[in-house]
Ligand binder design. Structure first.
Ligand code: GRF
Length: 209
């Protein structure tokens, strides 16, 4: 895939989106560009970052729709109008269904703030502190129908410090995500990800098709 079209979905402040905006605009070899940013929150900081970068935005809140399938289809349809090849979930705090995933097979990617398969779910940083783990981190993975479960593309470890708060630990994890997520999306743009069962193999540059 050269010059892949990227959609980014985010619910929050959008620092991971910003890392993708910066990487795609500063790296001439990135191989992709963001064509739309979507959210389930009309006031997400991520939407402001997209507007500042001149990227089209779409927002569909769950509460605007009678049920979850209708909401998800409205969001997916709005995103699909921009014809993305790859959908990046960058702090998107809603689960997506098989109907959503089937529109972009093996091309929906997520970043999660723990070393999967440990500490799944929406409170992975808090759970790390409550469990007393000494090392946590982040995982970038392809999305499947189960929560924080799909094939792992890459992971990085982050040490937990004795005086960490949820906020301080999450900030250090995010700093690592800001490097790892763009790197993994670049691999997808260059079609360098192969699946063997649920194991991801990263092909070398010269194996690119
Ligand atoms: C990230 O840590 C992501 O892994 C998690 O939510 C956070 C989003 O942060 N799911 P931001 O909105 O990109 O700043």
């Amino acid at each position: 895939m050269s010059d892949a079209r990227l959609a980014v979905l985010a619910s929050g402040s959008g620092t991971n989106l910003q890392a993708l905006i910066d990487a795609t605009s500063s790296d001439p070899d990135f191989g992709g560009r963001i064509v739309v940013v979507g959210s389930d929150q009309h006031d997400a900081g991520a939407l402001g970052r997209a507007r500042d970068a001149g990227i089209p935005t779409v927002a569909e809140a769950l509460g605007d729709h009678p049920d979850r399938p209708t909401w998800e289809k409205a969001l997916a349809d709005a995103v699909a109008e921009h014809r993305p090849d790859i959908v990046v979930l960058a702090g998107f705090m809603k689960l997506v269904s098989g109907d959503f995933l089937n529109r972009w097979p093996n091309n929906v990617v997520n970043t999660h703030p723990s070393l999967l398969p440990g500490l799944r779910g929406a409170h992975a940083v808090r759970d790390a502190l409550e469990h007393g783990v000494k090392v946590t981190g982040c995982t970038v993975h392809l999305v499947d129908e189960h929560v924080d479960h799909g094939p792992i593309i890459a992971q990085r470890a982050v040490d937990v410090r004795p005086d960490d708060t949820e906020e301080s630990l999450h900030e250090r994890i995010k700093a690592v995500e800001h490097v790892l997520l763009p790197a993994c999306v670049k691999l997808l743009c260059h079609d360098r990800i192969r699946l063997e069962g649920r194991v991801v193999r990263i092909t070398s540059d010269n194996e690119e098709s």
